[in-house]
Design a binder for this molecule. Structure first.
Ligand SMILES: NC(=O)c1ccc[n+]([C@@H]2O[C@H](COP(=O)([O-])OP(=O)(O)OC[C@H]3O[C@@H](n4cnc5c(N)ncnc54)[C@H](O)[C@@H]3O)[C@@H](O)[C@H]2O)c1
Length: 322
């Protein structure tokens, strides 16, 4: 194998972001393997694609070592992916997000060490993180703010970020941390994120349940824009850095509800439930660093991205009619 064989392992590649990323990577001539325990991801997300799917767990050191072998690029998506799961079982959240990440980094350190000695550009490891490590910092989320996590999910992602940076500092592993905003798009029917939830609500009974007054804001990024950022990160010479990946734009949940109805071509009934405990009022990201260093900018407007996503959801619903 040469250093320049574009072979990539995507952990968690059968999930929402993974299903989209795998397609992007294939379009850019990567040979793709996926390590996924299929806990939330689905085999059907990869159906018909020239991808090696290894059904295994990132907590299984041998499975991780075998999966990392031969790959010089890693995108580490596999995780316990949300605040509620981390509140329900903080130990599992910690094991999956911290020890799981450590296992993948260790496999890279051992297997890439010779290559890295010979060529410092060999190997690239991209971690999927989020704004959760920043926790109670006021918006906008940015790389220069101290992490002040609120939920165990924020703490476990922060630890994973820390290990990525430490493996760069101690062993020159080429790691990059990407903190994703609220990602939406195709292959997210299994998710409980607000866009997926609204689409499913419309399909179920045409009622959109908004937590609290709906004036809380989020930064919604289309998964195709996000995948372009991951691709740039994989190919860049930059490492040991953290980047916010979002649009830099705030959208309130009520605005989103209106755009979702427009995309689906329906008039839904909006109902207000209680505000979620610990829900952050204003959340968006400053994206100057990724623009300057990686030359990345989001391109898909929320209105267009929601139309495209609804087309996918509509055909998903048609296929999965019970
Ligand atoms: N979707 C978002 O808005 C968002 C925002 C910020 C960060 N992220 C991060 O992006 C990554 C991907 O998230 P997603 O939205 O695609 O979620 P997802 O649940 O669709 O994907 C996660 C994948 O990881 C797999 N997985 C979970 N635990 C595993 C384990 N122990 N071993 C092997 N595989 C395992 C699941 O089966 C699934 O396929 C996660 O790290 C998540 O924290 C997502």
């Amino acid at each position: 194998m040469t250093h320049h064989d574009p072979k990539v392992l995507v952990t968690g590649g059968a999930g929402f972001i993974g299903a989209n990323l795998v397609r992007t990577l294939l379009q850019h001539d990567f040979q793709v393997s996926v390590l996924d325990n299929l806990s939330t991801g689905r085999r059907e997300h990869l159906q018909g694609l020239p991808v090696t799917l290894i059904q295994g767990d990132i907590l299984d050191v041998r499975a991780v070592n075998d999966a990392v072998a031969e790959n010089n690029y890693i995108v580490h998506l596999a995780a316990q992916t949300g605040v509620p799961g981390s509140l329900a079982d903080p130990r599992r959240d910690c094991e999956t997000n911290v020890i799981g990440t450590l296992n993948v980094l260790e496999a890279c350190r051992h297997q890439w060490s010779q290559r890295i000695d010979a060529d410092r550009s060999a190997g690239k490891f991209v971690l999927a993180s989020s704004n959760a490590p920043l926790g109670r910092q006021p918006a906008p989320a940015s790389e220069d703010k101290a992490a002040l996590p609120i939920a165990p999910y924020g703490a476990s992602k922060l630890a994973a970020e820390g290990y990525c940076l430490a493996y760069h500092g101690s062993w020159q592993l080429n790691t990059i941390v990407l903190r994703f905003g609220n990602v939406y798009g195709p292959f997210s029917a299994h998710k409980d994120s607000v866009v997926a939830k609204f689409f499913k609500d419309i399909r179920a009974d045409g009622r959109l349940m908004v937590n609290g007054d709906g004036h809380q804001t989020r930064d919604f990024i289309h998964v195709e824009d996000l995948c372009r950022a991951v691709l740039l990160a994989l190919r860049s010479n930059v490492s040991g850095e953290v980047f916010q990946i979002a649009t830099g734009e705030e959208t309130s949940i009520l605005e989103l509800a209106s755009l979702v109805q427009e995309a689906a071509g329906v008039d839904a009934c909006i109902e207000h439930g209680p505000a979620r405990q610990g829900d952050i009022r204003t959340n968006y990201s400053a994206i100057a660093k990724v623009r300057r260093v990686l030359g990345w900018l989001p391109e898909i407007q929320l209105r267009d991205g929601l139309h495209q996503s609804w087309t996918w959801f509509d055909s998903y619903f048609a296929k999965h009619r019970s």
